[in-house]
Design a protein around this ligand. Structure first.
Ligand code: ATP
Length: 202
């Protein structure tokens, strides 16, 4: 069975985390997808994300009704920063007979050569990278890593011009986030007062 592994900060989860994964699951016949929230992102320096309990709660709401997709708490249980190679080794140990596919946007792929043990990652998983605005088309940078070309599929999942930064900024400025996150996630953020200036959320 093919399993997609999709890491991120998910601060908060939005449709850019859902629609491209749906497209990848269809295209590559991924029977399961594990969403792996990072404790701290090695890609995002020192910025501290929102409390994991909120990020996980929002992910759970976003994944409601999709029994094949689940949240993997692997990285939240380990000391930060979260390295993908450690996560993949743990997932592979739990699913020795399955084929792992690492999912990511092309913005993240561009820095793949700076990840910890990229060649070991490629020995465990294939990579499916979906194009991300404004990184789509000619701007896609595929780094030079031995073995990457054979294990990589870059595809156009239909561009979704949303980032978590947009969502946080919109909420902080009192602008609408209509259509950027699933309804239950929007309700949760409102109820919990997340991302509003002056509210304690981290
Ligand atoms: P932030 O704005 O805080 O940097 P983000 O929206 O990029 O957050 P992450 O949780 O950092 O979200 O992203 C997790 C993964 O989702 C990454 O692989 C990223 O490339 C991908 N991703 C996020 N938004 C989109 C989008 N709109 N289209 C395609 N891929 C996306």
């Amino acid at each position: 069975m093919r399993i997609g592994v999709f890491g991120g900060t998910f601060d908060p989860v939005h449709f850019g985390h859902l629609l491209p994964v749906e497209a990848a699951a269809m295209k590559f016949q991924l029977r399961r997808v594990f969403y792996v929230p990072a404790r701290l992102s090695p890609h995002k320096g020192d910025t501290k994300p929102t409390d994991a309990r909120h990020r996980v709660a929002m992910l759970a709401l976003a994944l409601e009704g999709r029994p094949d997709w689940s949240i993997d708490l692997e990285e939240l249980d380990r000391e930060p920063p979260s390295y993908t190679i450690d996560t993949l080794r743990a997932v592979a140990a739990r699913h020795p007979d399955d084929e792992l596919w690492l999912l990511m946007g092309t913005d993240i792929l561009a820095g793949f050569d700076r990840w910890r043990e990229p060649e070991a990652i490629l020995s465990i998983a294939r990579i499916a990278a979906f194009q991300r605005e404004p990184f789509a088309g000619a701007n896609v940078r595929v780094p030079v890593v031995p073995g990457l070309a054979d294990r990589l599929s870059v595809f156009d999942a239909g561009s979704v011009k949303i980032s978590a930064t947009d969502v946080r900024n919109a909420l902080a400025e009192g602008r609408s986030i209509g259509g950027k996150v699933p309804g239950p996630v929007a309700e949760y953020m409102t109820k919990q007062g997340l991302y509003k200036p002056g509210m304690s959320q981290r």
